[in-house]
Design a protein around this ligand. Structure first.
Ligand code: DQA
Length: 147
């Protein structure tokens, strides 16, 4: 039997602090809770999930580069790098599979500096403001896109 397609899920800086980080904005779930929910959803959809977090911009760039020909899709919450990183944008512009950008919070309801995303310029879809459910909806969308 063929192996399940792999979806890479990348998380940027400070998302390792979920659960204790501004819970009124980001909710009470930890990143490990979100990972478990994504793995579960992946199983329902016939997808394998490779879930990672880094506080380092270059590490995120390297993971994008390394996986362009390895995975069926990418979900990325690049956190604060969303608003600053031309380097991550450039890596995504050279990434072939479909990309969904996710944010837990509604970045458009927050400070003006969060309204611009470099990542959106390379994303096939963007989900924000729906909390951890956004990751699961992104998995649903990718399952349809790669079907
Ligand atoms: C975030 C929104 C960003 O503005 C912020 O820097 C984050 C998390 C979100 O998931 O809502 O760290 O990407």
């Amino acid at each position: 039997m063929a192996e399940n397609p792999v979806i890479l899920i990348l998380n940027g800086p400070n998302l390792n602090m979920l659960g204790q980080r501004e819970p009124e904005i980001y909710g009470s779930q930890t990143l490990a809770d979100i990972e478990a929910a994504c793995i579960d959803q992946g199983k329902k959809l016939g997808l394998a999930v490779d879930f990672r977090q880094s506080n380092l911009e270059g590490e995120l760039v390297t993971w994008v580069q390394e996986n362009s020909n390895q995975v069926a899709g990418l979900i990325i919450n690049s956190a604060a790098y969303t608003h600053t990183s031309v380097a991550i944008l450039d890596s995504l512009l050279n990434f072939s599979p479909p990309v969904i950008e996710v944010h837990l919070s509604n970045i458009f309801k927050r400070e003006t500096f969060r309204h611009h995303s470099y990542i959106s310029g390379a994303a096939d879809g963007v989900i924000c403001g729906l909390g951890a459910k956004g990751y699961l909806l992104a998995l649903d969308a990718l399952a349809d896109m790669i079907d």
